[in-house]
Design a binder for this molecule. Structure first.
Ligand SMILES: Cc1cc2nc3c(=O)[nH]c(=O)nc-3n(C[C@H](O)[C@H](O)[C@H](O)COP(=O)(O)OP(=O)(O)OC[C@H]3O[C@@H](n4cnc5c(N)ncnc54)[C@H](O)[C@@H]3O)c2cc1C
Length: 475
């Protein structure tokens, strides 16, 4: 390990790079810097490997995959497989698999941290001076560390909105739901955003009666109406109850354990449990950030410029808590931006900005949604002269062979340049297919070049050659 040097007078240990919070950006940067011979310390209070591995992307997608396995077995006879008549989800086995995937990854992370040579400190950090934190160690005691450069990568946590009775009703967040020991028969999910929709779909698949209570008139309100409308239809067809345009006003848990959510209209929804999926808030409270010159935004995120520099000299921030779009792949790109900019301040290379990044994402419902670039609404609002390509997934030969015909693909094209402005692919394997289109966009390809490409048959990606044909492109 490239050990920190402790000042015998102040007790402060000096390092080249101090990473506060071991999220995707911070841990990747810490490992890189340590491997290159710098003295690096990274402070993490609880989750080795960060949110994604412990309580977000990895466990949820592991569970969602199990749900898909169940669905496939339920349809076994349709695929010509006999003898799979009564499949059901065994919660203990399901949890075991999820924990196995997570713990294997956590162990791998710990081994990589150690092998990199960084000083990995398990404890809670709070700022006590310029570029200096005091760490209350999980094992007892404290350490004080100062970085020549400091990177803050604290992440976010579930937001619990100020609804009457909510805090006292012992309801679930995405974190606690992942540790369920028994499935409720029914659940009300407060919030129809990405997290709410993924959990609704998963829980419904594994046999829980789900009601989504969504304040807005649509699920996934950032998406175009045809896309969120199709997802809403898929949900209702699958048996999920939607209470759209309904705000939860009051929550109360009864003696028998059931929870009643009173809506703004006065109506109510009663379920065995409640999941709050109402967004996430930055974990910046109690870090004393503003006293050391690191300004926060009104909503408590760390204010950064386009180079991820905070308002304090030598202090940088990355990931969710720095207000970056809340995805692991964005935090990873923040790492690349930071690496470039830390080198640039040493006179090596030019700095890199976060502006203009093309950020894709996926919502892992059934079927799933892959998104990149502008939606139709965003493109129109931005003043583009657009054409829209829109195609049912059933037009793709591969969708027939795998028996997943549901969904809708759409792309937005700039009529003036023939460039691709964005796409929403709702259908099987859309999270993979969207990357193909993203590459075309990054390469500046015109839609006609995608249409005319020779793509392997029969694959889902082949659908891109169909999407841009005259049959599906509006005049
Ligand atoms: C249910 C769910 C599903 C998701 N699914 C996806 C998905 O499929 N794909 C995707 O791209 N994104 C997904 N996300 C979002 C993704 O998880 C986050 O965007 C990502 O994990 C953010 O990483 P980060 O780098 O900001 O920091 P994090 O990974 O959040 O790490 C921050 C770390 O800082 C530590 N910390 C905080 N305060 C202190 C302190 N005072 N001292 C020491 N340590 C501290 C925390 O313990 C934490 O480990 C999902 C989120 C949720 C909630």
């Amino acid at each position: 390990m490239n050990a920190a040097i402790a000042d015998p007078n102040s007790g402060i240990e000096d390092v080249d790079l101090l990473v506060v919070g071991g999220g995707k950006a911070g841990k990747t940067l810490a490992m890189d810097a340590a491997k290159s011979g710098q003295k690096v310390a990274m402070i993490e209070r609880a989750m080795i490997g960060g949110t994604c591995i412990n309580v977000a992307c990895i466990p949820t997608k592991t569970l969602i995959n199990s749900g898909r396995v169940l669905q496939t077995i339920q349809r076994a006879a349709e695929f010509g497989v006999a003898g799979a008549d009564n499949p059901w989800m065994d919660l203990a086995l399901l949890r075991h698999r999820k924990e196995d995937v997570v713990s294997t990854m956590v162990k791998g992370q710990l081994a990589s941290f150690t092998a990199s040579g960084m000083d990995f400190v398990l404890g809670d950090a709070t700022f006590v001076g310029e570029r200096t934190v005091r760490v209350t160690l999980n094992d007892g005691g404290t350490r004080t560390l100062r970085g020549a450069d400091v990177v803050i990568n604290l992440g976010t946590e579930p937001l619990v909105p100020p609804i009457e009775g909510l805090a006292e009703s012992n309801v679930h967040t995405s974190n606690t739901l992942l540790r369920l020991e028994a499935l409720p028969e029914s659940i009300a999910i407060l919030g129809g955003g990405y997290v709410g929709c993924e959990f609704a779909d998963l829980l419904n698949t594994i046999g829980v009666r789900v009601t989504i209570v969504q304040g807005g008139e649509r699920l996934l309100p950032r998406e175009d109406e045809d896309i969120s409308g199709q997802i809403a239809k898929n949900f209702t067809d699958a048996g999920i109850t939607l209470r759209l345009g309904s705000r939860a006003r009051k929550i109360a848990r009864a003696q028998d354990g059931s929870v009643t959510v009173t809506l703004g209209s006065g109506e109510s929804v009663t379920a065995d449990d409640v999941l709050v999926a109402a967004g996430r808030r930055p974990v910046t409270d109690g870090l004393n950030l503003e006293n050391v010159g690191v300004k926060l935004t009104e909503r408590g995120f760390i204010a950064v410029d386009e180079y991820l520099h905070t308002t304090a000299d030598g202090v940088w921030a990355a990931g969710d808590a720095a207000g970056s779009p809340q995805f692991t792949h964005v935090s990873y790109d923040d790492y690349r931006v930071l690496k470039t900019n830390l080198a640039a301040q040493q006179g090596i290379g030019a700095p890199r900005s976060t502006a203009g990044r093309l950020i894709p994402y996926a919502v892992f419902t059934t079927p799933e949604l892959g998104r990149v670039g502008l939606s139709e609404r965003e493109a129109r609002d931005a003043g583009y002269n657009i054409r829209v390509a829109r195609m049912p997934v059933s037009a793709i030969p591969r969708a027939r062979t795998v028996g997943h015909l549901d969904g809708l693909w759409k792309a937005v094209v700039d009529r003036d340049s023939n460039g691709i402005l964005g796409a929403a692919l709702l259908g099987t394997d859309a999270s993979e297919a969207i990357a193909v289109l993203q590459m075309a966009m990054l390469g500046g390809m015109e839609y006609t070049a995608v249409r005319d490409a020779v793509i392997t048959h029969p694959t889902i990606a082949e659908g891109l050659t169909l999407l841009f044909t005259q049959a599906f492109l509006e005049d």
